[in-house]
Ligand binder design. Sequence first.
Ligand code: T6T
Length: 327
Amino acid sequence: MAGAKALRLGVAVLAAVTLAGCGGGGTIGGGGDSSGQASKKLVLIPGVKAEPFYISLRCGAEEEARKRGYELSEQAPDKFEASLQTPIVTGVLATKPGGVLIAPTDDKAMARPMADLKNAGIKVVEVDTKVTDASISVAKISSNNEQGGRKAAETLAKLVGEKGSVLVLNTKAGTSTTDMRAKGFEEEIKKYPNIKYLGQQYTDNEPAKAAQIVSATLSANPDLAGVFATNLNTGEGASTGLRNAGKTGAVKLVGFDASPKQVDELRRGGVDALIAQDPAGIGRRGVEQAVAAIEGKPTEGDIQTDLVAITRDDMDQQSKYFYKTSC
Ligand code: T6T
C-alpha cells in the first residue's frame, strides 16, 4: 500500500481501562470444594474450538493462571453456535469451578446459562464477546471493536482512492464484536461521499459462504472497489472469493484478525490490510479479573485491549500481533 504507514490503533489509546467500579463481590468465589474453600479452578469457554484467535487468547490465559497459582482448563464448542455452547456451560456448572471465562456465541441466547453460573456463585468473566445483559459478568474484556470498524473504513477508503462501491461481510447477527465492527465501519464510511456503501451481508462465520457472497456481489456490482471482512473466517473466505474471480489486488480487502493464513495472504497480496487484536492480552486480563473476583477483590468492569492495523509495508515490525495455532 503506497505511502502506507503503520496505522497503530492503540497501545496508548485503546488499552484504556474504563473503571466501571464493578465490585468483585466481597464473598470468596462460590465455586469450590466441600470444605467451602474457594476453587482455584478456572474454565475457559471460547466461541469455537481450534481457531487461532481463541488459541492465542488461551495462551495468554494459561500463562496468567500459572503465574497466579490457578488451574485453567478449556471446553470449546465445535462451531460458533449457542446451541453447542449452552450444554458446555451446563456441564461446567456441575463441576463448580471458581471462575469461568466465556466468549458468548450469542448476545441474548447465552445469558440464561451464564446467569446460572453466576447464581451458583461462580465468577463469570466475558472475554471477547458479551451478552446484552450486563449484570452477569464481573468484568468484560474485549478490543474496542467499534473503533476497529472505524479504522477499517478509514483504511479501506484510502486503499480504494475514496471512490467506488464497498461491501461489509459480517459473521452472524448477535455476535457482539463483529456487530460493533460493522457499526463502526458504517458510521465512518459515511464521511466519504464518493464511496457507495452496499451494506453488510452475513456469512454464518463460514469462509465458503464469504467467498460465495464476494462472487455474487462482483457479478451484481462490477464497480466493487473494496470489502471489509469483520473477522478471521470471513476474511479468509473473502480472499478466496476474490482470487477465484481473478480480482486479487484489484478489489481491495481489509480483514480483521491476524491468523497465520491471513498473514500469509497479506504477504501474498490476497488481503491489503489487517486489523489485528491482542487476544493473549484479553486472556491475561480475563484471568486477572476472575482471580480478583474469586479472592473478593474489586474488578475493573469494562477493559479494552489493543488493536493495530497492519499492512504489507510494516507487517514484519508488527509480528508480535500475529496469532498462534499453539501455545
Ligand atoms: O474476530 C474474532 C473474535 O474477536 C470474534 O468475536 C469472533 O471471531 C474471531 O474469533 C475470529 O474468528
